[in-house]
Ligand binder design. Sequence first.
Ligand SMILES: [Zn+2]
Length: 429
Amino acid sequence: MLSEDIATDIRNAVDRRFESQVDFTAQLVGFPSTRGNEATAQDFMAAAMGEKDLTVDRWKLNVDDIKHLPGFSPGIIDYDNSYNVVGAWRPESPKGKSLILNGHIDVVPEGPLDMWDSPPYEARWEGDRLYGRGAGDMKAGLVSCLFAYDALVEAGYRPAGNVFIQSVIEEECTGNGALACLARGYRGDAAIIPEPSGDTLFMAQTGTIWQQITVKGHPVHASRATEGFNAIKAAYVLIQALEELEAKWNAEKDQHKHHCNHHHPINFNIGKIAGGDWPASVPAWCTFDLRAAIFADDDIQQRARELEDCIQAAAAKDRHMSNRPPEIVYQGFMAEGFALEDMANAAAPISLLENCHQQVYGEALGRSVITGTTDARFFGLYADTPGLVYGPRSVDVHGFNEWVDLESVRKSTQAIALFMANWCGLEKS
Ligand SMILES: [Zn+2]
């Protein structure tokens, strides 16, 4: 480990710059970077990286570069305006290990504006809280990567190994942004992803499958509804069957070591539904979007088939749907589960992060297992790079009045800066 003095210098440098770190985060929240709208936020990130003398690589995602790779998921919209940005620090002659700091710029839709106490894309700084869509998930974490690097520079050092700060898109629907970084050749000896992990380290995560299911009905005038076939009501039948499958998978949790201690690891979500055209017409169609979780050690193809079989078996029992089976389309996540704790080469970076965390927080680093996915799987499963998800505490991510705890942002930034300094080594600048 670094000497106490150097560690103190680095932590003080984080503190000195913390107000501008929060300001920068608030500005970044001001870009409504929902899927397809990330480009200006990425311009902002690229400019900031350039000012820090990082070599900036900014490129448009291209499906042809990634569609053949393991971990690829079919996108939900095209990549016409979709850019990744990587800021690289490369020492003249690297002596230390390399590190990837990865965060996603995309945020999920804000929902009804009248449910927010203040506009979601006008960050509100109140005491120890920063409110806004994406403040926690995960712009505060993404920005902490830049400012952790800054702290080393301000303390008079540079990392002695390569550091790649990746601002990626598509984490919330496919992960293809992180995959595109792998396809472009970026590799590190470890990766840190400061998702809002609540000051804990994620040891395992579930996988995710998205399916879009469409039922076709038989439209007649509502006055003769018994002669038609209502596609919206039929969707209910399928949703009920999926709920039974969800319960069945949860009942199997004891066979899955990473998630056996969780009360409800598998969550199915019907996240969107649309159907019908007119109150007085029996609906001719209904489409709904399913998000299903799978266990960290599941075979994703097999689980996807189980979902399809469940839907088609329920349809086969129905007089109308048996003649016209529902259509199932894959759009978005086909994300395998991932467990950091299964990686043999994760012990060293985990132990270093534990030390850095202890140094800053004065207490041991907690470990958690989550029931969602993160981009860590790309590093762990497809590049043999331990992907450490570790970041600040945030509340109501994907909800309204999302906020991030700024004290935990400050501390996790310090811990990440210390990790970088110890992992990569330091050279005097
Ligand atoms: Zn996130």
